[in-house]
Design a binder for this molecule. Structure first.
Ligand code: ZN
Length: 130
């Protein structure tokens, strides 16, 4: 998408350090209870838990961002990439999935239809990274 603001991921992590620490603390308390990780827990088990929760969190972020984007298509994107004409929204959504570094992300995608080209398509297909 041209002209969109690119988020600096590294800076976002620094900016959200307090939130990240709070969420991590919440997960630890949910899993281990108020007394924390039991004495004698293997480091590998802590690592596995942390990685799996981190990946699940990442998948959820991707899912939520894609759902929201699919539901809020800007009017300038409501045109056919083939002929440039106005497109019509279709009633139903279609399940979409994309394989990410943290597993498969899923979201329902509303389709558009171009009456001129007689073609249906998704207006918010994510652009592949550079
Ligand atoms: Zn068209």
């Amino acid at each position: 998408m041209d002209g969109t603001l690119k988020v600096d991921a590294t800076a976002a992590v620094v900016d959200q350090q307090t939130l990240i620490q709070g969420v991590a603390k919440y997960f630890l308390e949910k899993v281990h209870g108020p007394d924390g990780m039991p004495w004698g827990t293997k480091f590998a088990d802590l690592e596995e838990l942390s990685v799996q929760i981190g990946q699940a969190m990442s998948r959820s972020m991707i899912d939520q961002a894609l759902v929201r984007q699919a539901q809020s298509v800007p009017s300038e994107a409501e045109t056919c990439s083939g002929c440039g004409g106005r497109v019509e929204p279709l009633e139903n959504t279609e399940p979409r999935a994309v394989l990410t570094r943290v597993g498969a992300a899923h979201w329902p995608e509303p389709k558009r239809y171009c009456p001129k080209c007689r073609a249906a398509f998704f207006p918010s297909d994510p652009i592949a990274g550079d």
